[in-house]
Design a protein around this ligand. Sequence first.
Ligand code: FMN
Length: 368
Amino acid sequence: MKTAICQPPADMSPSPLPRVPPLKIGNVVVDPPILQAPMAGFTNYAYRQIVREFGGVGLQATEMVSARGFLAIEERDQSFPDRLWGVRDEPRPLAVQIWDNDPEKLAAVGARLAHEFQVSVVDINFGCPVKQITQEAHSGSYLLRYPERVGEIVRRVAEACHPVPVTAKIRLGCTRNRIVACEVAQNVEEAGAAALTVHGRTAQDYFQGTANWERIAEVKSVLRRIPLIGNGDLDSPAKVVEAFRRWPVDGVMIARAALARPWIFRQAAAALRGEPIPPDLTLPEERELLMHHYDLVVRRFGPEKGTLLMRKFACCYAQGRPGAREFRTRVSRVSTPAEFYEVVHSSFPRVESAPYDRAAPPGANPTA
Ligand SMILES: Cc1cc2nc3c(=O)[nH]c(=O)nc-3n(C[C@H](O)[C@H](O)[C@H](O)COP(=O)(O)O)c2cc1C
């Protein structure tokens, strides 16, 4: 097998922009090829709407949805998991991510999402490193121990969802001493997947260290037909441009950085087009966005549950600004709308500091 295909540029001086065509996942055009990652507990309808309003994102994803949970909730309550909030009606393209280890359950739920909900893409989670998913449910990244099983799952789900494309999201492997991404990638492709996303860490790494883009790049050399989406540590428009310049990926996916800056996709898309990068939001604009986000969440979940749910989202705002820590401490304790308004009114940071790290030098290493 080949190792990293793209070598780092000899000098780190600015070079021409990479040519980055739209990505095709089956019949779904992802333009620009910058994807919003699935994030459990975060990428719900309200968050996705905010990202969509800023633009610059080619494909958005839901939180991961348990296939078993879907079937049980439907049988028990004749309803659907909260994580499918908005999915039926919101604009496309939209990917829904599902997880389990049972090909039949995944196929049953995938088929429902594809044919009844008419989602654009069904993505299968083979990357989650969380104990409840791996050790307890033998799913997520646990399945990377069994590349053949991964292939079997993808084949069944792809058949059931046809013609809606099915994709897989993996990590490099379970442990650092057993990297299986290339083997898994071949099985995924042969089984009929339409794209593969690789997060450049192992499950053992969790979120430690830096994403290994050399290892992501190796996967490209084994894929014949389907696009490769690279993921890990892209937190500025410059790093997105650099990822395309330096590594043989067809698309990139952003997760954590877009929690604090849902407008990062718009910035990255402009950077890829060689246009001026739209500025970060000012603090008053961020505060307004936070209230808009709160409104969307409360309308769906009501004032009490909505306020509690909003704590973690509010903590993502104003990151890196003076006073953000105090705001986080206070907002993570609110329980009522009155408390929420009071904390936002009195503690949301007001003093502008240096802009986010969006001016990283053009030669910046995306793995740094
Ligand atoms: C809070 C949180 C929840 C996540 N939930 C999911 C998930 O539901 N499905 C999934 O495939 N990955 C999930 N991930 C992993 C991300 O999609 C992504 O692969 C990882 O954060 C690396 O990208 P980043 O460096 O841009 O954050 C989650 C990550 C975070 C931080």
